[in-house]
Write a protein that binds this ligand. Sequence first.
Ligand SMILES: [Ca+2]
Ligand SMILES: [Ca+2]
Ligand SMILES: [Ca+2]
Ligand SMILES: [Zn+2]
Length: 359
Amino acid sequence: MRSLANPYVATAGTASIAAMAALAALLALAPSAQASKSGSDGSTGTASVFMVNPVQSSGDESLTDNKDADSAVPASAYATVQLRNLDGSGYLSGKWANVRTNTGPAAYSTSNQFLFTRHDDRFEQVMAYFWVNQAQEYLQSLGFGSSLRPVNMHAQDVRIDQYGIDNSYQTDKQDFLRFGKGGVDDAEDAEVIVHEYGHAVHASQVPGFGTSLDAGSIGEAWGDYFAVSVGLDAAKQYGWPVKAEEPCPMDWDATSYTAAPHCIRRFDRNLTVETRKGEVHYDGQIWSQALWEIRKGYEQLGLGTRAWDTTLVDSQFDYAPDTSFGAAAKATYLKALARDGQAAANLVRDRFAARHITF
Ligand SMILES: [Ca+2]
Ligand SMILES: [Ca+2]
Ligand SMILES: [Ca+2]
Ligand SMILES: [Zn+2]
């Protein structure tokens, strides 16, 4: 194994990753005890995660998966973070996320210490727990579940799976998110995790959402936008670097299938309803560009991105399961008018109109 500087904590500066992994493995061997050491009630823990993803935090577009090798990603791509809302069982389950695995052992720690690197399958379990919790905390910080209606405010089931192809998905019927391992393991990129969580958000707001081409496209667009927004908010919260383009979802997962700069999709392709292809991910870029430009407009109006995200999420309650672009844009306009005033509403109308979405 190539020797790397320790990415975790200052007090363990001389330990190798191999030694840390061995320690972590020992900690995982005692499934009878209850987690109790960190936090008065065992609800908090310590974890190693990517700062959204290694490409976004480093700006290094030349990083590649290299068959899941630890050496493919510098130690500086990891941050040590607090895990919150754990249930005290020692597993990665808690108030807002329950992580299960069909590949490798379930992460377990009697002291809620989850310090793994990417080659260890438990790293993706940790990423999934941290980022699902982070996304729910973000929604709650906007008022959802207190001053506003709750949004997917329950323990979301998540599976890490040896799913063969490079795909992850959310299924409404069984209500779990599933992350595969094609190319870069999907759950190594927070923007993949939060994108999928975005589908669960829509499903919780409007049961059965996504039955028309437009609604399906809105679902993909929202997932991409939400992934970027939650990641940027987390970067601000924790002081993490953002060295890649902001409107770029899944910079790390996309190294397997895009040329640099690696973005699975973009918010600046100037697509309109006339240039759509009838495929929800592609056509979603029509909608996500409007969402991104409205975000920028809210900043210019002095309202800020959090106000826009609040308005956007609140408006989504009003989208029909088979909505058209026009009807959803109108619902968003009306919510912006009610919450943020005429200038904000005009901005919403204009940015959708620029994509040829009118009402
Ligand atoms: Ca991995
Ligand atoms: Ca992948
Ligand atoms: Ca990104
Ligand atoms: Zn999707």
